[in-house]
Ligand binder design. Sequence first.
Ligand code: PEP
Ligand code: MG
Length: 590
Amino acid sequence: MTNSAKASDALSQLDQSSSAMVCVYGTGVSSGYAMGRVVVMGAATLEVEHYRVPVDAVESEVARLKTALKATAAELQNLAHTLPDDAPRELAALLNVHQLLLEDPLLTHESFELIRQRNYNAEWALTTQGQTLGAQFSTMEDEYLRERGGDVRQVVERVLHTLAGSRTIPALDFMGQVNEPLIVVAHDISPADMIRLRGAKFAGFATDLGGPTSHTAIVARSMGVPAVVALGQIRHLARDGDFLIIDGQAGAVLINPTPQQISTYERLAADYARAKLALLDLRDVQSQTLDGVRVGLYANIELPDEVTLALEQGAQGVGLFRSEFLFMGRSDLPGQEEQLQAYRTVVQRMGGRPVTIRTLDIGADKALDGEATVATNPALGLRAIRYCLARPEIFATQLKAIYRASAFGAVRILIPMITNIAEVRAAKAIIADVLSDLRQAEIAFDADVPVGAMVEVPAMAIAIEPFVDAFDFLSIGTNDLIQYTLGIDRADAEVAAMYDPLHPAVLRLISNTINAAQRHNKPVSVCGEMAGDPNLTRLLLGLGLTEFSMHPRQLLEVKQEVLASHSNALRTKVAVALNRADPIGPDLLN
Ligand code: PEP
Ligand code: MG
């Protein structure tokens, strides 16, 4: 029985025998089990950094917040004194309200208490208390008081602005050091917010919205933290301080479970950890099928520090470095030197193994800070290569950094979301300019860096020939390919059930792409989430795939499947199934 089957089984028994105070089902997007106390986060709370301050630094963190509150009050006072005579009278009154709020113990004292009692950093404490206060105002009958919720938000933002740059305390890995593990409960979490949450090492995530291949889910998986999304109302059902179990296998969340449920989950978590550990034995085993077909297993990473995990799990290289995560959750753009350092770190640490750096794929659910997406449908808008061609200076800076990193190891460049040949020409022209600049400046780089394209827009997969010709390699981005082929937003919980990787149209596009690449003798991989799903390994092998790139935590489970598969037999089975009208099910391959 698989771990997830065991979990569902345990859950159904529990449902019959006793009941958790509440058990809610959603979509498990990051496996494993977590237990801890709830921290409910609203949008403003999510947008700040989260870290636990060491016990002996608590008072200096309180002092940091006090200083910021004082400085903000002085700033407001100054503003009030320098208001021009013709300024509207409401403005002076508003400044006065803000000053009063800044001194209100409900905001200040309670924030100090959150720092002292829960070890929150000042920003986290202030936004949490601001959120509580704002919610209280919003339920008031008096319209004037109801509107004060907006003032609380503005005051908090002012103080956050003052606090920015004064962070002095290092993040603390709180697990086992301070209090209990914490589980984030939120309506939704953007990928940029998820990156901010990495610092505090939360034990799990539960959200109302989200889909299995949303970038939020992808980052949760990369953090190795169990997560359940699409829970509908979890933000209203769970309260701060509730005890929560996250079952990433079954996609369930138990709020305030019984002692019996807790001990069942402790057992499941221990079994899960043991199974993961046992898989490590496969790390150095040659990755090949029973009939001797070598299968390349590569890692997808979002940030350079994930290289450690990729190597631990035996990755043969990096098949997808989502470079846009270097650009998110910050107010400025990383310059050439900063990017070079990130790329070089990855390249050097991979020690000669290939590193595929994808050029900036910003847009859709990954927005740059301060650059609100204005397109009607961002997933169909100025995203990825479209964005880069519209902002050639950003693209050229990134390309220079990537080429400079190529002097330190094996680099490949991967361009996302290519849709037509004109984009290929434009991108190549910018690459040629970059290379000529580097030559002129006598900067070292590898002139033979392979340049590949993501196959993720159906147009390209359908009209594949000239694209295979134009690139050195292809990588199939099934996450977007499914989204665009089926017209299903990958991040939308309401249509998640229709997001079907096994739809015959999707499988034909994958098959078409693999066949074309093989005809042209060009390497082709899958780097979407399908590649990391062990239930789909045999299907992809049957489609002729020999290069998989996935989150490092999935590598060994997929390797286990590869080792037990017979490639030729699978190819025959899949070829027959592809020609039938019925949808292919993974059961067909067992
Ligand atoms: C994909 O679309 O499958 C892919 C790997 O890229 P991303 O998930 O970053 O869009
Ligand atoms: Mg994509």
